[in-house]
Design a protein around this ligand. Structure first.
Ligand code: SAM
Ligand code: SF4
Length: 341
């Protein structure tokens, strides 16, 4: 008889949800300064606070041993972390053993052209690229520091390396609303899936408020349906996305509305920051420090106990609600670049 892939009981939270999806932020740094995500002058964490790549390997491996099947690497911008390919290669060994089913990343695409082949070689089959506009000037405005052509070259390279690509676009009122149809057309022609994300009340909101950015996805959908034939698809990820098929392009279209509660009961994910804090819910502050127990002991049992205890803290759901709280939301102190979205 084959040995089981992991020896330990899986991670199950107090609401009987199996936790098998870990999102890992490997850095808080980024080569962009997107207006809804960061301020222009960011103070980043001192290096000593960051988990080393070896520590990230140890922690992620512990989660895989406890039944995590899907790892998504994010940031900050994951591909700006020095030597990050070593870490992807390490995670690739869990794919090779069969313990891990999927290794993916979310990236701004700026460094993708030079890393795409190595990512594919490590076993990455799918990548999410964040791209809010196809207009070079608007792209420079929303990212402050980004260059559109570098991202488009990155997408090409990832395609060439055989990876499936999903574009994530934050829907921003009076900014990319005029481009929605063009983006669907472009994604169809380039064989890319496309998902629109509603702006979330993360971090300080001054910039966002200045742009008056909130554009409810219900309105985005209405606008899309004026031109495209979209039918709800049964594709499910356990997350906040709802998917539709676009008849004219044959591609999938997603909508991520993190501010609704309707996905919490199927939530299978937790988020690890680059300092080793485990966040149990994107919309709540429940968290546990895994760095201290990991640094205090080499004993895998100590780390396992810390992870199991953390999972007991996972709340039932989150409290985001624009209508109740104005646009302020509750998790103002935490930028998306900390938990990686
Ligand atoms: N740097 C990578 C990137 O941009 O894809 C990974 C990290 S980024 C924090 C992950 C995702 O969060 C991106 O798709 C970004 O657009 C999204 N994001 C950041 N701040 C957001 C906000 N306030 N509301 C909605 N989405 C946000
Ligand atoms: Fe960087 Fe991604 Fe945040 Fe933009 S959304 S500033 S690319 S971490």
């Amino acid at each position: 008889m084959d040995a089981p892939v992991f020896q330990n009981a899986p991670l199950i939270d107090p609401f009987a949800r199996t936790i098998d999806y870990l999102r890992v932020s490997v850095t808080d740094r980024c080569d962009f300064r997107c207006v809804y995500c960061m301020s222009e002058h960011m103070t980043f964490l001192p290096k000593r606070d960051l988990l080393t790549l070896e520590e990230l390997d140890r922690l992620c491996t512990a989660f895989v041993d406890l039944g995590v099947k899907k790892l998504r690497i994010t940031g900050g911008e994951p591909l700006v972390r020095r030597n990050i390919m070593w870490f992807f290669d390490q995670m690739g060994r869990h794919l090779a053993s069969g313990a891990l089913e999927e290794l993916t990343l979310t990236t701004n695409g700026s460094q993708l052209a030079r890393h795409a082949q190595a990512l594919a070689d490590a076993g990455v089959r799918r990548v999410n690229v964040s791209l809010d506009t196809l207009d070079p000037e608007k792209f420079a405005t929303v990212t402050r520091w980004g260059k559109l052509d570098a991202v488009l070259r990155g997408i090409e390279a990832a395609k060439k390396a055989g990876m499936a690509i999903k574009i994530n676009a934050v829907a921003i009122k009076d900014f990319n609303d005029s481009e929605i149809h063009h983006m669907i057309e472009w994604a169809g022609a380039e064989d890319l899936d496309l998902t629109f994300i509603e702006v979330m009340p993360m971090g300080e909101m001054e910039e966002q408020e200045r742009l008056g950015q909130y554009w409810p996805l219900t309105e985005v959908r209405t606008k899309i349906a004026e031109r495209w034939t979209i039918t709800e698809s049964n594709h499910k990820t356990g997350g906040p996305a709802r998917y539709f098929d676009v008849a004219e392009t044959g591609r999938r279209l997603g909508f991520i509305t993190p501010l609704t509660h309707n996905f919490c009961e199927s939530c299978n994910r937790v988020r690890l920051t680059c300092t080793g804090m485990l966040y149990l819910c994107l919309g709540q502050d429940h968290s546990a420090d895994l760095r201290a127990p990991m640094r205090a002991s080499d004993d895998p049992a100590v780390l396992e106990a810390a992870i199991r205890h953390a999972i007991t803290l996972k709340p039932k759901g989150h409290d985001f609600d624009y209508s109740r709280q104005g646009v302020k939301g509750q998790v103002k102190a935490r930028h998306m670049s900390v938990t990686g979205g």
